[in-house]
Design a protein around this ligand. Structure first.
Ligand SMILES: C[S@@+](CC[C@H](N)C(=O)[O-])C[C@H]1O[C@@H](n2cnc3c(N)ncnc32)[C@H](O)[C@@H]1O
Length: 276
């Protein structure tokens, strides 16, 4: 069978299975089976599919049709133009989280010491270390997540200091110019309404923020106030409808509150300046 026929059949199967972006998913799974990129695939679509690649491709299709996220099959996700390794131990970095980097670059481009609280795969910390000259720290409460984050930092040559701790509790007071965080913020009550790819495959510690989803922001903001120097910046991702509650928690120690929206128009990133 030619590669293009295999792609056509796979796309139809994925479409029937109500998988989002069936053609792109089929291409990425076939690329993974062939250990090639999409440019190669497009240039060689008349070539035959080997038996070994067909076996791998069939298995990947089966896994995706059963709800396994594409990124857990390919073990890769792009973030801010770089490839990150992902496993079921870390949140798959989302494109909207790139806004955290953009907002921080606007608010604190010259931060000398920065920290990512709840680093997961290391997407924010590694990106900040590679996009700026800051000394970068990253924490997570999950040891398996820290292992993946360290691997990503090493693979991408990003000098990041990792620590296993609750939020930033192991860090010195008044020692940072910038705090970045994308904490878990999905309300526990929304568990059943999540897509199966998220609910059944991503780590609960990375998803749920408490009964209403905003519970983690109070201790996170208290820790940020403790470790930031006066004038330092806090940039956090927020969930749906959390904006006003998080703004209230930032009062009165943070000023210059701003909200940035994602491409879908949702308030996604809040930022403020520590003004004790
Ligand atoms: C939503 S994920 C974000 C991961 C990554 N920063 C990203 O944007 O892709 C939240 C991360 O916070 C970590 N986390 C949850 N509770 C924590 C806590 N109390 N202290 C430190 N990290 C925590 C989770 O293990 C998870 O890796």
């Amino acid at each position: 069978m030619q590669l293009k026929s295999a792609l056509l059949q796979a796309t139809q199967l994925l479409e029937q299975g109500a998988i989002a972006s069936p053609r792109l998913t089929a291409e990425l799974l076939l690329c993974h089976a062939l250990s090639r990129d999409r440019a190669w695939l497009h240039a060689h679509s008349d070539e035959p599919l080997s038996e070994v690649a067909w076996i791998h491709f069939g298995r990947y299709l089966h896994e995706r049709l059963n709800g396994k996220p594409l990124q857990h099959i390919t073990h890769r996700q792009e973030f801010y133009g770089r490839q990150f390794r992902v496993t079921p131990d870390v949140l798959i970095p989302r494109p909207e989280t790139e806004h955290v980097i953009e907002v921080a670059l606007r608010r604190a481009p010259n931060a000398r010491r920065a920290i990512d609280i709840g680093c997961g795969s290391g997407a924010l910390a590694v990106t900040w270390a590679l996009e700026t000259t800051a000394k970068v720290f990253a924490t997570d409460i999950s040891l398996p997540a820290l292992t993946i984050a360290r691997e990503n930092a090493q693979a991408l040559h990003a000098p990041v200091h990792f620590l296993a701790t609750h939020l930033a509790s192991a860090l010195q007071p008044a020692s940072f110019d910038l705090v970045l965080s994308n904490p878990p913020y999905i309300p526990d009550t929304e568990r059943e309404s999540l897509q199966r790819e998220v609910r059944d495959h991503e780590p609960p510690v990375a998803l749920y923020g408490g009964p209403t989803g905003v519970e983690i922001y109070q201790p996170l903001i208290a820790d940020a106030a403790r470790i930031l120097r006066p004038g330092g910046s806090l940039v956090m991702e927020i969930g749906y409808q959390a904006q006003e509650r998080v703004r209230a928690m930032l009062d009165p120690h943070f000023t210059g509150f701003e909200v940035d929206h994602d491409l879908a128009g949702w308030p996604r990133v809040v930022s403020a300046c520590y003004s004790p």
